[in-house]
Design a protein around this ligand. Structure first.
Ligand SMILES: Nc1ncnc2c1ncn2[C@@H]1O[C@H](COP(=O)(O)OP(=O)(O)OP(=O)(O)O)[C@@H](O)[C@H]1O
Ligand SMILES: [Mg+2]
Length: 275
C-alpha cells in the first residue's frame, strides 16, 4: 500500500454559534496543525471539542473565520478528511469487506476494491473476518472495520471524536496503539477529541487544552518536547504527568491522585478529566 502525506490544517479565527441568540460554542479559535502531526483536543464536556472537529471535517460551517486544509478552504466534507465517531455506524446488511469497500464504491474506485480490502483487513488485523456479518462482531472489531473503511480512501486527515470511549479497556488500548501506528506509518494528520488523559498521552504529539464559555484553547503542550530527555519506556508516564499538570494549571482543577500515578494505560485506562 502506498504511503501518503498528511495535510496541513490552518484554523483561523473560527467562531461558531448554533443560534444567533446563543453564546458562541467556540470563539476566535486559531490553530495550525502540521502535516502528519497528531493533535489531541482535551477539555470538559461542552467546551466545543466536537464543534471544532465537525468544522474541520466540513460537516459544520463556522459562523465566522475559516479552516484551510493544504491551501484550500474547507467548504464541505471530503474523502480526504474522514471522521470516526464513538459508534462505528456500519451497514448491517453488508458484510465486513463490503462495508470497507463502501467509500471506494461511492468514489467509483471498485476496480481497486478487492486488493485494497485485503490490505486493509490485514492492517487492522481482521483478515479472518472478511465475509462476516458485521452484526456478529464485537464493538472493538466493528471499530476496526470502521477504521479500515476510513482508511480505504487514503485520507490525509483522520478526525476522531472519542471513538474508543465505549470499548473495554484492553480493546481500547490496542486500538489506540494501532491507530497511532497506522497514522504515523502513513503520515496521516490526526486530530483526536478525548476526555481521557491517558489516550491523549498515548496518541498525541501535541495536546490542546480547551475551556468553555466560550469554547477556546487555553493551553498547549508539546508532548514530544516533554518526553525528549526521558527513557523511551517512560515516555507514556512522563507525557501523562506533564499533561495532567498542564491541565490542572490551565483549568484550575485538581485531578487528585491521577497526577501521582504512573500506571500503564491497560492497568489504569479511565483517567477521564474530572468534571
Ligand atoms: N446542535 C447543537 N445545537 C445547539 N447547541 C449545540 C449543538 N451542539 C452543541 N451545542 C452546544 O455547543 C457547546 C459545545 O458543544 P460540543 O458538543 O462541541 O462540546 P464537547 O466539548 O464536544 O462536549 P462533550 O465532551 O460533552 O462531547 C455546548 O454548550 C453545547 O450545548
Ligand atoms: Mg463532543
Amino acid at each position: 500500500m502506498s504511503r501518503y502525506a498528511g495535510a496541513h490544517i490552518s484554523i483561523k479565527d473560527v467562531s461558531h454559534r448554533y443560534r444567533s441568540t446563543m453564546e458562541p460554542a467556540i470563539a476566535d479559535l486559531s490553530l495550525e496543525i502540521e502535516p502528519s502531526e497528531a493533535v489531541a483536543l482535551i477539555g470538559r464536556s461542552g467546551c466545543g471539542k466536537s464543534t471544532l472537529l465537525h468544522i474541520i471535517a466540513g460537516l459544520l460551517k463556522p459562523t465566522s473565520g475559516h479552516v484551510v486544509c493544504d491551501g484550500r478552504e474547507v467548504n464541505g466534507p471530503s474523502a480526504s478528511r474522514v471522521m470516526m465517531f464513538q459508534q462505528p455506524s456500519l451497514f448491517p446488511w453488508l458484510d465486513v469487506s463490503q462495508n470497507i469497500a463502501l467509500g471506494l464504491r461511492f468514489n467509483r474506485r471498485m476496480n481497486e476494491a478487492s486488493r485494497r480490502v485485503g490490505e486493509l483487513l490485514e492492517l487492522v488485523e481482521m483478515s479472518s473476518f472478511r465475509q462476516r456479518n458485521v452484526q456478529d462482531l464485537s464493538g472493538g472489531q466493528q471499530q476496526r472495520v470502521a477504521l479500515a473503511r476510513s482508511l480505504a480512501l487514503e485520507p490525509d486527515v483522520l478526525l476522531l471524536d472519542e471513538p474508543f470511549s465505549s470499548l473495554d479497556a484492553f480493546t481500547r488500548a490496542s486500538l489506540q496503539r494501532d491507530v497511532r501506528r497506522i497514522a504515523r506509518d502513513r503520515g496521516i494528520t490526526l486530530v483526536l477529541v478525548t476526555h481521557d488523559v491517558n489516550e491523549a498521552a498515548l496518541m498525541a504529539d501535541r495536546a490542546m487544552i480547551m475551556r468553555s464559555e466560550p469554547g477556546r484553547i487555553v493551553s498547549a503542550l508539546q508532548l514530544n518536547d516533554v518526553t525528549a530527555n526521558s527513557n523511551p519506556d517512560d515516555h507514556f508516564k512522563v507525557a501523562r504527568e506533564a499533561l495532567i499538570e498542564a491541565y490542572e494549571n490551565a483549568v484550575g482543577l485538581s485531578m487528585g491522585h491521577a497526577s501521582h500515578s504512573g500506571e500503564s494505560p491497560t492497568r489504569q485506562p479511565d483517567k477521564a478529566l474530572a468534571s
